[in-house]
Design a protein around this ligand. Sequence first.
Ligand code: FMN
Length: 332
Amino acid sequence: MIKALPELTISGRGGKQILNSRVLQSPLAGVTDHVFRKLVRRWAPEALIFTEMVSATKLSGEDIHNTEKELSEEQGPIGVQLYDHRPEILVEAAIRAEAYGAFLIDINMGCPAKKIVRKGAGSGLLQNPELAERIVNQVANAIQIPVTVKTRLSTYQQDSVDPLDFALRMQNSGAQLLTIHGRTRKQGFSGKADWFAIAKIKHGLNIPLIANGDIQNPTDALRCLEITGADGVMIGRGSMGAPWLIGQIDCALKGKSIFKAPSPKERITLILEQLQELLKKKGENGLFIARKHMSWTCKGFSGANNLRDSLIRAKTSLEAINLLEDQLLLMS
Ligand SMILES: Cc1cc2nc3c(=O)[nH]c(=O)nc-3n(C[C@H](O)[C@H](O)[C@H](O)COP(=O)(O)O)c2cc1C
């Protein structure tokens, strides 16, 4: 156990925002939807959780009412992550997200997907630091809440972009917090996140820095903080199928004893609840969204492989619900 870390202060133009937790749930496209975020908050009510990345154009288009409703129902601090390469579109989307109750606006400058990079957004902005500066500057001047940037170490090679220079440019343009995923764009998700490279950036900055990459449990989180000197950690893949992980890490960083992960039976109950919530929100389409969550969660007990295979093949939500309920009976 460690000495509890104090709260984290992020300064926006409109004043200070206080975060009572130093572990952040990362934005995960296709994963961190409203239903998943609600589960994460059950164990980590004070943690900052990010939306999946939202196209800035979409936020001002037809999806607007869904986004507004979801953000207004959020039970804790919510970061809205936007992507685009056009400052004026990002400004418009940020103003809307602020009005809906976002805790902060994060600009995605790390996404490696070709269709996004080709337009100059996501990690494409690493190659155009002047545009990245303009984006941050204009968004920061348009809203009261903090603007943050999530990015990677570099683009193609370790040295093709100087990560500290880029980070300083973001800081000087008005970013109030940076999250660094310790990989290059070229690496995608391969190799290991370089926590030592994150440390070099941290030591050159005045604003808070959040370290991200390869944190799977509370021990990793503590080691990452020790190596990087970062102000907090962000967790991505480790929480997929384990929405309680953020809460466990929160306990570790607050110097509290870490609660046990849910038992296999509790996990089945949880995934059944997640499926039913998704069905309520999305109709039968909820089954397709739930599939990946079901396969991540159904692990580590006898019969898990068979159950997983059957769930993936289930053609209707009723079939999937019956499979999960039968499994619960077997476990009682
Ligand atoms: C399925 C998936 C979806 C992701 N979606 C986003 C996203 O929408 N925005 C973003 O900034 N990063 C996204 N990422 C990257 C993660 O937020 C995180 O930076 C990366 O996975 C490294 O952290 P980890 O090792 O804890 O997973 C995504 C990653 C995965 C695996």
